[in-house]
Structures are given as C-alpha cells and as structure tokens.
Design a protein around this ligand. Sequence first.
Ligand SMILES: N[C@@H](CCC(=O)N[C@@H](CS)C(=O)NCC(=O)O)C(=O)O
Length: 219
Amino acid sequence: MLQLHYFPGNASLIPHLVLEELGVSFELKYVDRAVSAHKSADYLALNPNGLIPVLVDTSAGVAGQPLVLYETPAVCMHLADTHPAAGLMPPLGSGQRAQAYKWLAWLNNTVQATLILYFYPERWGDETAAAQVKAHAEAKIGTMLDQLDAEFARHGGPWLLGETFSVCDPYAFVLCRWTRGFGRPARSLPHLKTFLERMQERPAVERAFATEGLKPPRV
Ligand SMILES: N[C@@H](CCC(=O)N[C@@H](CS)C(=O)NCC(=O)O)C(=O)O
C-alpha cells in the first residue's frame, strides 16, 4: 500500500502527480497545516524535519516495517524505481538518467530551497530583512527560470529531458506553478509557457488538481 501525506499545492503535489501518472492505487493522508499537524509528535515520527510530503510504502519495507520516506526527489525516484514499466526515469546507467539526477537535485536543493525563502522570508529576520530576503529570492528564481527556459530552447523537446517524459516534469511543473504570483512568473517565459500548457493537458494533472481542490489560476 502507498500512502502520501500531503497538503494541497505543497511539495506533496509533485509525488501526487507521479502517483497519478503511474495509475496505481494510493491513499492520500491530509496534513492539516492550520493546526500544525506537520509539527505533531505523530508526524515528526514520520519526518523529523516536520515537512510535507511523506510517503509510506508497505511493500518496500524492511523487517516487517513499512518504508517511510521523505524528501521529494527521493520519493519521486523511489516511485519510478518501483514501477519501472512506466518509464518515469531513464534506464539505469544511461546519460539521460544522470541528467535526471542533476535536474532533480537542482530543482530540490536550489530552486525549491529558494522558493521556500521567498514564501517564508519572516524566518530570516525582522520586517526589513524579510522584505530584502523575499526580493532577492524572487530575483534569484528569475535567473533559474531563465535557465530552465533555455534548456527547453536548447533541446527543442516537449519535456525537461527532451523527448522523454520523466519525474523531472511534474517536479519542474509544480515549482513553476509556485511562481504564478511573481512579477515575472514562469508562464511569461516562452518555452516554459508551452511546457506548462502541455503539462496541463495530462489527465494526471487534471485528476490531482481536482482531488486537491486547486483552483485557477493553475500556473
Ligand atoms: N526538502 C523537502 C522540503 C519540503 C518542504 O519544504 N515542504 C513544505 C511544504 S511545500 C513544508 O512542509 N513546509 C512546512 C514548514 O516549513 O514548516 C522536500 O523536498 O521534501
């Protein structure tokens, strides 16, 4: 059994999209951020960082204990590895797979981390400092969006890896979505715009957005 601890529109939307792409059965467990459920003892036992998402996989456990996994790229790669027929990661040892590792690492440790600075600037100082952090983060993310847009321009393919759809695409899609309130959002860049449109045509996106109750504008 697969169980995803989620909050609508959060980083959990990435593995939620991957689960929908796989077409497997899974259970969603709502983490009520209004009451800081992600900081409760029960949740911290799953993820000591108190962050969403967490995946519980009973079929990949060790010694009778289910696998409890956090960190979004790890969750995505595990789902791809355990459902190889879906081809959501390129073949092991291939150059394309290495590129997928690179993008997943960068999306997580650079783009997502900077977006977190943008969304929670008050964690970094008083009101003045927070305003500076937010502005700097938005500017830095702008250069990252440029980098993503340039990658699509370079290879000319429909997906981040080129011709092959992979877990990198839901990842890039959700992070681009988080910029929808920016002065210069992802949708304003020409290649990202068509990528975001293409992603929204996927039934998996339709299903996940409906389940999470995500309202327009989507990106
Ligand atoms: N590195 C983590 C980051 C996850 C993360 O930051 N999740 C956010 C939601 S998008 C969260 O749980 N925030 C709650 C908090 O910061 O207290 C991952 O990739 O899973």
